[in-house]
Design a protein. Structure first.
Ligand SMILES: [Zn+2]
Length: 335
């Protein structure tokens, strides 16, 4: 397993982050928890992107007209759902918000390459599943998922006919990913989401989902996990049984956590951990190289939930039984 993280991921914009429920420093907070638990044992399994993604690379998925529109503060404010930032000069907005997202996008590309080599990789940011080729929305600007798949194909790490299993369990429907892969039938989309919240009914996006599981708001954790466990294995079996699956992407939004102001679902911390471990186990037991992305999550618990899942995966993949006795997640203190 590999962990991808950069201190450049955090978003800082002069206190304006308080205008959005998003914890814009959850990436470094999750990282600090993991570093506290694992210490020097993270050395050798952690890597950082060396630069943010460049405009010419973004053009692999995004239109030039859209990238030009990102120079307008008013447009970016709408995509970020932060109306007051429309008054910030573009350069400030770009430096404080969009640049960290370009670092995270490069992180997802690095993590995807690492997953191909080591089986499992987690980027501690990214999962911008609402970003479309020609538009940004829902706090998502760049389609890191689309760009990572494109890069793997260009590099030859993914063969032309290789399939991709995309598992989206963020509370919101991943409409951007559906639009990015609207005509690409090599990407198979499993999407379980709260049907009563943003982005609302996007017919074109929903028609593109291969396994569409809209849930009622506040559905019980037991029903959530039962639905996941009854549907994901069959979805993956049908893919593996009819062709090579070269990559799995798990968009693991923690906005399914109870009390999330945007997610409207009801999972406990233990439920989020169970969900994440189940999905990774399902992908890895079928020998599908897997990338995990944190995506959305708007409570102060979000970074702890991310760290708990990633920490458990690190323990399972790297330290086996030896480290269990020191593992702080075993008890209920963290969760
Ligand atoms: Zn979400």
């Amino acid at each position: 397993m590999r962990l991808v993280y950069s201190p450049h991921y955090d978003i800082r914009f002069f206190g304006l982050e308080r205008l959005h429920p998003f914890d814009s420093r959850k990436y470094s907070r999750a990282w600090k928890l993991l570093r506290g638990w694992f210490g020097s044992r993270l050395r050798g399994v952690t890597m950082a992107p060396t630069r943010p993604i460049r405009r010419e690379e973004l053009l692999a998925v995004h239109t030039a007209a859209y990238l030009d529109r990102l120079r307008q503060s008013k447009y970016v404010a709408g995509a970020l759902e932060l109306p007051p930032v429309r008054y910030l000069p573009h350069r400030v907005l770009d430096w404080c918000i969009l640049r960290p997202m370009r670092w995270a996008t490069m992180g997802t590309i690095v993590a995807a390459a690492e997953a191909m080599e080591h089986g499992l990789a987690v980027n501690l940011s990214g999962g911008y599943h609402h970003a479309k080729p020609d538009g940004g929305e829902g706090f998502c600007i760049y389609s890191d998922i689309g760009l990572a798949i494109d890069r793997l194909r260009r590099d030859g790490r993914l063969q032309e006919d290789d399939r991709v299993a995309y598992i989206d369990l963020d509370a919101h429907q991943g409409n951007g990913v559906c639009h990015v892969f609207r005509t690409d039938n090599r990407v198979f989309i499993f999407d379980m989401y709260n049907r009563e919240i943003y982005p609302g009914y996007d017919g074109e996006a929903r028609d593109r989902i291969d396994c569409n599981l809209p849930l009622a708001a506040n559905c019980h954790e037991t029903d959530y996990l039962r639905t996941l466990k009854s549907r994901l294995p069959g979805f993956l079996d049908s893919l593996v049984g009819s062709g090579k699956v070269g990559l799995g992407i798990f968009n693991a939004g923690t906005d399914v956590y109870q009390g999330d102001p945007l997610g409207g679902l009801n999972l406990s911390a233990a439920g989020v951990l169970e969900r994440d471990l189940f999905v990774i186990e399902q992908l890895r037991s079928r020998e599908i190289p897997t990338v995990m992305l944190p995506s959305g999550g708007y409570t102060r618990m979000s970074y702890r939930l991310i760290a708990a899942s990633v920490g458990r995966l690190l323990e399972l993949s790297l330290f086996q039984q030896d480290f269990c006795k020191d593992w702080p997640c075993q008890g209920s203190n963290l969760l």
